[in-house]
Write a protein that binds this ligand. Structure first.
Ligand SMILES: Nc1nc2c(ncn2[C@@H]2O[C@@H]3COP(=O)(O)O[C@H]4[C@@H](O)[C@H](n5cnc6c(=O)[nH]c(N)nc65)O[C@@H]4COP(=O)(O)O[C@H]3[C@H]2O)c(=O)[nH]1
Length: 836
C-alpha cells in the first residue's frame, strides 16, 4: 500500500544533510530518515533548497519536515521538535590561513562569515550588539559558500557547527581555532502544529537507537565519519557546556563593557590632551620639557617656530642643535641646577639662535618633574620673550636719566651719582676727594638768538663731546639743561689741599678747552665759559654741593666771565641776603615802604626841566636801601613787575600834582623801566591806565630803557614804543654806549633821547677814549635828531668839558642828588623862580 508522503527539505551541509545523486536526502540526517521512512513506508519527496529558503518553506508549510535544525527558543515559537536530539554539537570558529584567534574577543576588527539565518548568525549578532565590538558579519547561503569565501580571503573566519567545520576543514584549507561557543542540539523540525506524527515516529526511533550502540543510528554516524557520542552523559555535558558558554558570553560582554569604558576614557583623555595642546600652543611663551639628559621631550608650537622645525623633529635633540655655543652652555648650567638640586629656577636668559644669530632675552621659569617615587626625571620650562620689554625699559631709563640732545647723563642721573659719591666719601671719611664743576657757557643766549636754536644745539653737542673727551672715565659729565654742564670729579687726592688744586687745574683746563673755537656751519665760532667749583666737604649733601657749585659759577660770571671761581661762604651769605631781600620786598609793597626820590635833569640855559625818578626802600630795620641792593633781586624774582607798576602810577600821580602848579607844571619825569616790564604783554596798557587814572599829560612822561632790553623781540618792542609814542610818551635810551646793540636799529626806535653812561663821564677828563666816545654819541644824537643827556656829572670841570663838546642836557651830583619830592620842589621851584 502506498505510505505517507513526506516532503523533506534538503540542503547541503555535509555530513549532516546532503542530497544524494538522485536528489534523495543523505548525510546523517538523510540516512536516519531513510531508515525510518523504510520502516514506516513513507514516501520521501526531497525538495532541494538552501538553508534559509528551506526554513522559509517549512514555516510556510511547503515542506513537511526539515532535518538538521538546531533548537533555539526563538525557533520553537514557530517550529515543533521531537525530544531526543538527533545530534549534539557546538559552534566553532574556522580561520583563513594566517589568521590567529584565541577568543571571541579577538574577532574585533575581523570579518566573520556565517550561514544566513543560522544559529551562529543569531549568536554572533547578539554578541556584537551587546559588546559594541567592531565585527563585520558576512552571510552565506550555504556552508560550502561560507567556507569557500573564507578560503578565498573574503572573510577572516567562518563560524559553523563543528560537524560541518571538521568535514570541510581540509578541503578549504582552513584552520580550526580553539574558539568554541554555543552548544547545540540538532533535530528534525516540522511547522508548528503540523506533522506531529512524523516527529512522534522519529522520536521513538531516536530514543531507542541512542541506547543501543549497534543500532542504525550509530552505524550511520560511523558511516559519516563521526565519533560516536557517549549516550549516557550528554545531558550533563551539554548542560555544563551551556552554562560555561553562557558564562563565557557574560564574561565576553563584561570584557567588552570594560573595553568600551576604557575606550570612553581614552577618548576623554585624548580630548583633554587636545584641549591642553591647544592651550599650550596658543600661549605666547615657549613651553618645553627636557629629560634628565637635557633632550627635548616636548615643545609647544611657539618653541617649534623658534627652532624652525616641526615639534617632532626637536624631540630627542639638545640645545646645541638650536642655539650657539655660549647660549647652550648657559642653558645647560641653569637646567642642571633644576635637575640636580630639584629647585624652581627663575632666570633671565639671553639666547642667540644658531642660524639667524638673533639674540633675544627671555624670562625663564624652570621646574623639576618628579615621578611617583619623587625622583626627578625631567624639567619643564616656560620662557617668555621679554626682549621688547627690556628695550622699552632701556629707552625709559635713557629718557629718564640721559639728556636727549647730548646723550649725557641728566640732572637726575647726576644727583644719583653725586649722592653715591658723597655717601662713599662719608663712609671712607675722605669727603675732600671729590669736587663738582658747574660750567655755564657765556652769552650762549646771544648765539641762540642770533644764529637760531639749531645752531645752539649743535654747539651744545660739540661742547659735550669736547668735554667728554678730555675727562677721565670715572668722572661724570652731565648736562643739566640749557647751557649748563656739570662735571663730577671723584678720587682726586687724599689730601684736601691737593685735591682742591687738582680740581682747580681741571676747571682751568675746561675754560681753556671751551675758549678754543668751534666749527658751526663750516665757520669758526668762539665762546667762553664760567666755571664754579665746589669741593666735597663735611656735612654737605648732594643738593647743597650742586647749589654751591652753581653759586661759584654765578660769581665767576659776575666777575667778568671766562673764569673759574671756588665756592666760599661769602657767596652763601650773599645768597641768604638776597633771599631775605626777596621776602622783604613782598612786605615792602604791602607796608608802603617804597619812596620815590627825584634827581634833577637840566638843560643848558633852561635849568631844571625835569627829574629822573629813583626808587628807595625805606626799610624798617635797615634804613634807606638803594636800588642796586634790591632791584636785581626783584628782577630775578619777578617782583619788579608789581614794583615797576607802583613806580609808574606814583610818578604819573606826581606829574598830575605838579601840573596843578604853574611853577612845577613844566617838569617832566623820567621813569626807569625794567626789561621784564617792557616785555610783559600788559605793559602798554599799564602805562596808559597810569596816565589815565592820574590825569598826567603823556608828554611829561619819559620812559628810560637800557640797550640790553632791546636785544630780544625788537619788533614787538618797537610796536609797543610806537603805541605809547603816539600818545605823546617819550623814550630815553639809558646807559648808552655800554651795550652790545647795533646802531642800526636806533633809527627804527621812536626815541627822543640818548643818555651817556656815567662811566664815560667819570673819566672824561683823563681818558681820551671816553672823550672820543662822548663826542661820537653827541654826533650820533645830532645826526639822528636825538637829544643827548650826560649823567653822573659830578664836577664843574666835567660840566664845562661836556658843554664844550656840545652837550645840552645834564644830570649828576654836581646839580643835585636824588632827593624826596618835597625837597626837590622846594629846591628847584625856588631856583626856577630865581632864574626867571
Ligand atoms: N656816582 C654817581 N652816581 C650818580 C650821580 N648822579 C646820579 N647818580 C646815580 O646814578 C643812578 C642813575 O640811575 P640809573 O642809571 O637809571 O640807574 C638806576 C636804575 O637803573 C635803577 N633804578 C632806580 N630806580 C628804579 C626804578 O624805579 N625802576 C627800575 N626798574 N630801576 C630803577 O637803579 C639804578 C641805580 O639807581 P640809584 O642808586 O638811584 O643811582 C642813580 C643815581 O643816584 C653822580 O653824579 N655820580
Amino acid at each position: 500500500a502506498q505510505g505517507r508522503e513526506v516532503v523533506v527539505g534538503v540542503y547541503q551541509n555535509t555530513p549532516k544533510i546532503v542530497a544524494a545523486a538522485d536528489g534523495s536526502p543523505s548525510g546523517i540526517f538523510g540516512d536516519l530518515l531513510q531508515v525510518i521512512a523504510a520502516e514506516q513506508n513513507w514516501r520521501i519527496k526531497a525538495v532541494q533548497c538552501d538553508w534559509a529558503y528551506c526554513l522559509q518553506m517549512l514555516q510556510s508549510g511547503e515542506i513537511d519536515l526539515l532535518p538538521d535544525v538546531a533548537f533555539t527558543e526563538l525557533r520553537s515559537l514557530q517550529l515543533d521538535f521531537h525530544q531526543t536530539p538527533a545530534l549534539y554539537s557546538w559552534s566553532q570558529l574556522y580561520t583563513a590561513q594566517g589568521v590567529q584567534l584565541q577568543s571571541l574577543a579577538a574577532l574585533d576588527g575581523k570579518r566573520v562569515i556565517v550561514l544566513q539565518e543560522s544559529v551562529q548568525q543569531q549568536y554572533l549578532q547578539n554578541m556584537i550588539t551587546q559588546s559594541g565590538m567592531d565585527v563585520v558579519l558576512l552571510r552565506a547561503r550555504s556552508m560550502a559558500e561560507a567556507f569557500a569565501m573564507a578560503s578565498a580571503g573574503q572573510a577572516d573566519a567562518v563560524a559553523a557547527n563543528h560537524y560541518s567545520g571538521h568535514f570541510q576543514l581540509a578541503k578549504y584549507q582552513l584552520e580550526q581555532s580553539n574558539v568554541i561557543f554555543q552548544p547545540l542540539q540538532f533535530f528534525y523540525a516540522t511547522k508548528k502544529q503540523h506533522n506531529q506524527d512524523l516527529l512522534t515516529v522519529i522520536e521513538t526511533h531516536l530514543a531507542q537507537w541512542q541506547t543501543n550502540i549497534s543500532s542504525p543510528y550509530y552505524q550511520i554516524l560511523q558511516r559519516w565519519g563521526t565519533e560516536v557520542p557517549e549516550p549516557k552523559l550528554p545531558e550533563k555535558v551539554w548542560l555544563l557546556l551551556a552554562m560555561l558558554s553562557s558564562l563565557l558570553l557574560l564574561a565576553l560582554c563584561g570584557a567588552w563593557w570594560l573595553k568600551r569604558q576604557v575606550a570612553d576614557k581614552t577618548r576623554h583623555l585624548r580630548a583633554s590632551e587636545e584641549r591642553l595642546s591647544t592651550i599650550l600652543n596658543s600661549v605666547d611663551a615657549h613651553i618645553y620639557i627636557k629629560d634628565n639628559k637635557l633632550r627635548y621631550q616636548y615643545i609647544n608650537r611657539k618653541t617649534a617656530e623658534l627652532f624652525g622645525c616641526e615639534p617632532c623633529k626637536a624631540i630627542g635633540r639638545r640645545d646645541d642643535a638650536f642655539f650657539d655655543q655660549s647660549t647652550s652652555a648657559n642653558l645647560q648650567q641653569n637646567d642642571l641646577k633644576v635637575l640636580q638640586q630639584g629647585i624652581r629656577l627663575v632666570e633671565e636668559e639671553t639666547n642667540s639662535s644658531l642660524d639667524s644669530q638673533q639674540t633675544r632675552t627671555y624670562l625663564s621659569v624652570k621646574l623639576p618633574l618628579r615621578d611617583s617615587n619623587g625622583n626627578i626625571y625631567a624639567l619643564c620650562g616656560i620662557s617668555t620673550d621679554i626682549t621688547e620689554h627690556k628695550q622699552h625699559q632701556q629707552e625709559i631709563h635713557q629718557l629718564a636719566f640721559y639728556d636727549a640732545l647730548t646723550g649725557l647723563p641728566n640732572r637726575r642721573m647726576l644727583l644719583d651719582r653725586l649722592q653715591q659719591a658723597v655717601q662713599l666719601g662719608l663712609r671712607h671719611n675722605n669727603t675732600a676727594q671729590g669736587a663738582l664743576l658747574f660750567i655755564d657757557l657765556d652769552h650762549f643766549k646771544d648765539l641762540n638768538d642770533t644764529l637760531g636754536h639749531a645752531m645752539g644745539d649743535q654747539l651744545l653737542q660739540q661742547v659735550a663731546q669736547r668735554l667728554q673727551a678730555s675727562l677721565r672715565k670715572v668722572d661724570t659729565l652731565a648736562r643739566l639743561g640749557g647751557d649748563e654742564f656739570v662735571v663730577l670729579l671723584t678720587d682726586l687726592h687724599p689730601d684736601p689741599e691737593l685735591s682742591s688744586q687738582k680740581a682747580g687745574l681741571i676747571a682751568e683746563k675746561v675754560v681753556q678747552l671751551l675758549s678754543e673755537p668751534f666749527m658751526l656751519q663750516q665757520r669758526p665760532y668762539s665762546i667762553s665759559a664760567s666755571v664754579g667749583v665746589a669741593m666735597f666737604s663735611d656735612g654737605c649733601n648732594s643738593d647743597e654741593l650742586l647749589q654751591h657749585a652753581d653759586l661759584a659759577m654765578y660769581d665767576a660770571k659776575e666777575r667778568g666771565r671766562n673764569s673759574v671761581r671756588f665756592f666760599n661762604q661769602q657767596m652763601q651769605a650773599d645768597v641768604s641776603a638776597r633771599s631775605d631781600i626777596a621776602t622783604g620786598l613782598r612786605q615792602a609793597l604791602l607796608q608802603d615802604e617804597f619812596v620815590l626820590y627825584f634827581q634833577p635833569q637840566l638843560e643848558r640855559n633852561l635849568g631844571v626841566v625835569g627829574a629822573e625818578v629813583l626808587l628807595r626802600w625805606q626799610h624798617p630795620q635797615h634804613g634807606m636801601i638803594v636800588p642796586a641792593s634790591f632791584i636785581p633781586v626783584a628782577e630775578s624774582s619777578g617782583q619788579i613787575l608789581q614794583i615797576g607798576r607802583w613806580v609808574l602810577e606814583k610818578s604819573c600821580l606826581q606829574l598830575a600834582e605838579w601840573a596843578r602848579h604853574t611853577d612845577t607844571a613844566h617838569w617832566y619825569l623820567a621813569v626807569n623801566i625794567s626789561a621784564r616790564q617792557l616785555h610783559s604783554s600788559a605793559f602798554v596798557q599799564e602805562v596808559v591806565s597810569a596816565l589815565e587814572q592820574s590825569g598826567a599829560a603823556p608828554e611829561k612822561l619819559v620812559l628810560e630803557l637800557t640797550e640790553s632790553q632791546l636785544l630780544q623781540d625788537i619788533d614787538t618792542i618797537i610796536d609797543k614804543m610806537q603805541q605809547l609814542n603816539t600818545l605823546g610818551v617819550r623814550f630815553s635810551l639809558d646807559d648808552f654806549g655800554t651795550g652790545y646793540s647795533s646802531l642800526s636799529y636806533l633809527k627804527l626806535l621812536p626815541l627822543k633821547q640818548l643818555k651817556i653812561d656815567r662811566s664815560f663821564v667819570r673819566d672824561l677828563l683823563t681818558d681820551p677814549n671816553d672823550k672820543a666816545i662822548i663826542k661820537t654819541i653827541l654826533a650820533l644824537g645830532q645826526s639822528l635828531e636825538l637829544a643827548v643827556i650826560a649823567e653822573g656829572v659830578e664836577t664843574e670841570a666835567q660840566y664845562s668839558k661836556l658843554l664844550h663838546l656840545g652837550c645840552q642836557q645834564f644830570q649828576g651830583y654836581f646839580f643835585g642828588e636824588p632827593m624826596p619830592q618835597t625837597s626837590f620842589v622846594t629846591r628847584y621851584r625856588q631856583r626856577h623862580e630865581m632864574q626867571n
